[in-house]
Design a protein around this ligand. Structure first.
Ligand SMILES: [Zn+2]
Ligand SMILES: [Zn+2]
Length: 108
């Protein structure tokens, strides 16, 4: 009889911990509600993408609402709406001053 020791302590390198969205609990498109072809959208992109990740300022969007011709990345109004939602969510736990200091802008 052999005893096999499973390496429980080996860190799962490929499954890097992702922060949870503080805006959305359900895994469905934030805009149209579908559960198909979901992608994660960081509300504040560019240099603020890391901050979006850190604070969970992300939503699920389907490929169409995300990168489609009328999706958030091509629709300033939608992008602006999500920026406001993101800032409001941040301000539930932090101050506006903190938001502006971190993200460099006030969307509200
Ligand atoms: Zn959608
Ligand atoms: Zn995106």
């Amino acid at each position: 009889m052999t005893t096999v020791l499973l390496p429980h302590s080996v860190p799962m390198l490929r499954q890097e911990a992702m922060s949870k969205s503080i805006i959305q609990k359900e895994q469905c498109c934030y805009l149209c509600g579908t559960t198909l072809l979901l992608e994660q959208h960081h509300i504040f992109g560019g240099s603020n993408r890391k901050l979006s990740e850190k604070f969970g300022l992300k939503v699920y969007l389907c490929a169409n609402c995300h990168r489609g011709s009328a999706g958030v990345h091509f629709n300033k109004k939608l992008m602006n709406m999500l920026h406001k939602i993101g800032q409001r969510a941040f301000e539930l736990a932090h101050s506006r001053e903190e938001f502006i200091e971190l993200f460099g802008k006030n969307y509200l």
